[in-house]
Design a protein around this ligand. Structure first.
Ligand code: ARG
Length: 457
């Protein structure tokens, strides 16, 4: 097709610039394996339905096996002239097996072909991503178990609020990732319908068997409407939305790792292999990996926006606009897969510094709510208890000590209900142990929660 027009219908070939502008082979060749799989299933069905001869099927299978080998070995000659992955493979097939290759496209269009290929590609990606999300959950659970009893200041508004355990904190991310996995599973289930048979847009005049192809390719059924089958990319948008939410969660976690690793906070350290130094400041150890993950989140959101915008103005059915779906999709999957791999590796190497966490708890009056609850249990209305403790905090602040450091007679100035049993609620361990219900931070509950999460993995 190099210097020739597209077909006999055209009076002149496209210009070099247009050829480059419209070609997709340099990115859609990533779907070569899926394209071959789809073509083989289609050819098998054509033969089973008597639309092509058994001999043609055998030729197509032989040619495709050869092509798959060439691609795998990096010997396949991809050509811009053949525009995209589909035409490249078809052209090579015809060169190898002759007329049988020319018969492959019977009852099919590149429109239903590409819609099938992307679904197959995304389905594989989702399966990979699910495994990686699971691995990251497993890493988080291991660290959570080690630190099921390690106290960490829980924050609201980034101000010390109440003690939690580090394990409890990590379990929050395990939950987020569980929802992420179920979102991908939903996306996969909706996507797993076969578009082939829709042909260009209206279906085909050949007596095809779509269920046969669906079964061959592991789809749960066929797309019901041919126009919808070739034109909508909502499944790709859903994929990017699910990916964006994973990145949101990864980004929040990254932000915490970065803050925790700052020497001003110093709650954790990350293994050296995830950090870099500075070319000018010798003392620096920068958390590059979490910072980049936070940054790459924006890139994935961008792809989601890109795909939504790509779709919104398209009349039914297929339009060339849709060719633009691939690069954002591939990049979304690549970014997510790399990020999840790195995080699953990085999390087990988080070095926790319990002394720094304990010190922050002391400075933050983290057990103030426990003192208020204590007074309520002795009969004081909550609002009055809140006020009494607020005044006690102010006194401790003036003396630069923790509530638990105030002597009993001093504490009793804020409420006569305070007895010497108060010190057990003012300790961090007491505060943690008291939150003893499903979802609470008591170490006993954290351990039970880890066990349940492990079972669900
Ligand atoms: N490369 C095209 C794409 O990615 C394949 C479908 C082309 N169909 C067409 N009618 N031009 O969407």
């Amino acid at each position: 097709m190099s210097d020739k027009a597209w077909s006999g219908r055209f009076a002149e070939p496209v210009s070099e610039l247009v050829k480059r502008y419209t070609a997709s082979v340099f990115f859609d060749r990533r779907m070569a394996a899926q394209d071959i799989r789809g073509s083989l299933a289609h050819a098998k069905m054509l033969a089973a339905c008597g639309i092509i001869a058994a001999r043609d099927l055998a030729d197509i299978e032989r040619g495709m096996a050869q092509i798959a080998g060439e691609i795998e070995r990096g010997e396949f000659q991809w050509s811009l002239d053949a525009e995209d992955v589909h035409l490249n493979i078809e052209k090579r097939l015809t060169a190898l097996v002759g007329d049988a290759g020319k018969r492959l496209h019977t009852g099919r269009s590149r429109n239903d072909q590409v819609a099938t290929d992307i679904r197959l590609w995304l389905r594989d990606s989702i399966d990979t991503i699910d495994g990686l999300l699971r691995n990251l959950q497993a890493s988080l659970l291991d660290v959570a178990e080690t630190h099921a009893e390690t106290p960490l200041p829980g924050f609201t508004h980034l101000q010390v609020a109440q003690p939690v355990t580090f394990g409890h904190h990590l379990l929050a991310y395990v939950e987020m990732l569980a929802r992420d996995r179920s979102r991908f599973a939903d996306c996969r289930a909706r996507m797993n319908r076969l578009p082939l048979g829709a042909a260009a847009l209206a279906g085909t005049t050949f007596p095809i068997d779509r269920e046969f192809v669906a079964k061959e390719l592991g789809f749960d059924g066929v797309c019901e409407n041919s126009l919808d089958a070739v034109s909508d990319r909502d499944f790709a948008i859903e994929f990017c939305a699910a990916a964006s939410l994973v990145m949101t969660h990864v980004s929040r976690f990254s932000e915490e790792l970065i803050l925790w690793m700052s020497p001003r906070i110093g709650f954790i350290d990350l293994a050296d292999r995830f950090c870099t130094g500075s070319s000018i400041m010798p003392q620096k150890k920068n958390p590059d990996v979490p910072e980049l993950a936070r940054g790459k989140t924006g890139r994935v959101y961008g792809h989601l926006m890109g795909l939504l915008t790509l779709m919104k103005g398209q009349p039914l059915a297929y339009n060339k606009d849709n060719q633009e779906d691939k690069e954002p999709l591939f990049d979304t999957a690549d970014t997510l897969i790399d990020t999840l791999r790195i995080f699953a590796d990085m999390v087990p190497g988080i070095r926790v510094k319990p002394e720094a966490m304990a010190e922050a708890l002391r400075q933050g009056f983290a057990t103030a709510t426990d003192l208020a609850d204590y007074l309520v249990k002795k009969g004081l209305p909550f609002r009055d208890a809140h006020e009494a403790v607020a005044r006690a905090v102010r006194a401790a602040e003036t003396k630069a000590c923790d509530l638990a450091d105030l002597p009993l007679n001093e504490l009793q100035q804020f409420s006569p209900l305070i007895g010497d049993d108060v010190y057990s609620v003012l300790t961090v361990a007491g505060s943690l142990a008291a939150r003893d219900h499903v979802g609470g931070t008591a170490p006993k509950q954290v351990k039970a929660s880890i066990a349940r999460a492990r079972k669900r993995l």
